[in-house]
Design a protein around this ligand. Structure first.
Ligand SMILES: [Zn+2]
Length: 282
């Protein structure tokens, strides 16, 4: 068996590769052992997923949606309270953590009365960590979609057309930046209903699929909490998808007519995040 990224023999590899990080709530989409070797799996964890999860948007989205990390610990975010402080929360309390004695004293004696929690509603565009993560997820999702059948594995591993994206992800080879398209298609926390999927309304944490343009270009579409990300598997340019959007009147490829939005953003509206919070000491 060969790793789909470095093409080295991976029969002895033990890692299970998560297409989307477990720390973004993914318990479902992963690849069996050997498809991504231990060395590539480790490289992705350190060089791609860790910096991705540390981006202010991803930290903030995990915090406000109570998404635990893979060790089951709640996410921390950062707020401003006389300086930068770490914040955590449980069902009852908001916890403020600081190693700065001046801030700690100011909070205790009531001189620092307000906290500002930044609300990062979207990741910054053109981020290299997001770009590399999308390209990694695109190749892995291709295998996930077709199933780990040897014939398809060979096709993906040996296909010379996929070498550019493979080497960009794994070795940082050219192009220096693989473009992607990013837009919000629904609000975080929106609920949907589709009788073919579930009897109850549901939230979509993430979903993905592939589309072919009329010009034969293959695009990977990944939606995470309402933000649609798209990369081309053929080249590091995204102009083909912009053209597709114009031809299709801006429609979102993953949204189907039988999936109805039934509740608007119940969390975002009432959330205290993004607001200034005041503290009162007796
Ligand atoms: Zn490898």
């Amino acid at each position: 068996m060969k790793c789909i990224f470095c093409k080295c023999l991976s029969d002895n590899s033990k890692s299970i590769e998560h297409i989307i990080p477990e720390s973004l709530g993914n318990k479902k989409h992963y690849l069996p052992r050997g498809i991504v070797c231990d060395s590539c799996n480790n490289y992705f964890a350190v060089k791609i997923e860790k910096p991705l999860l540390e981006l202010p948007y991803f930290r903030s989205v995990r915090f406000r949606n109570d998404i635990e990390n893979k060790k089951g610990r709640p996410t921390l975010d950062k707020g401003i309270m006389g300086g930068i402080v770490s914040i955590g929360k449980d069902e009852q309390f908001l916890h403020i953590m600081t190693e700065n004695p001046v801030i700690a004293k100011g909070i205790i004696n009531g001189h620092i009365k307000h906290m500002i929690l930044p609300f990062n509603s979207e990741p910054e565009s053109n981020d290299i960590n997001v770009s590399k993560f999308l390209c990694k997820a695109a190749l892995e999702s291709l295998i996930y979609r077709v199933g780990p059948v040897q014939e398809w594995l060979d096709e993906v591993t040996e296909h010379p057309q996929l070498d550019t994206i493979r080497n960009y992800v794994r070795y940082g080879n050219k192009p220096s930046f693989w473009e992607y398209h990013q837009r919000r298609i629904y609000q975080e926390g929106d609920e949907f209903f589709n009788k073919n999927v579930s009897k109850e309304p549901y939230e979509i944490l993430h979903e993905f699929n592939f589309i072919y343009s009329d010009e034969g270009e293959l695009f990977y579409v990944l939606v995470i909490m309402g933000i649609e990300f798209v990369v081309s598997l053929s080249s590091g340019e995204i102009s083909g998808y912009r053209k597709w959007l114009i031809q299709n009147a801006g429609k979102a490829p993953l949204q189907t007519d039988d999936e109805l939005k039934v509740r608007n953003n119940p969390r975002g509206v009432n959330s205290w995040i993004g607001k200034k919070i005041s503290f009162y000491t007796p």
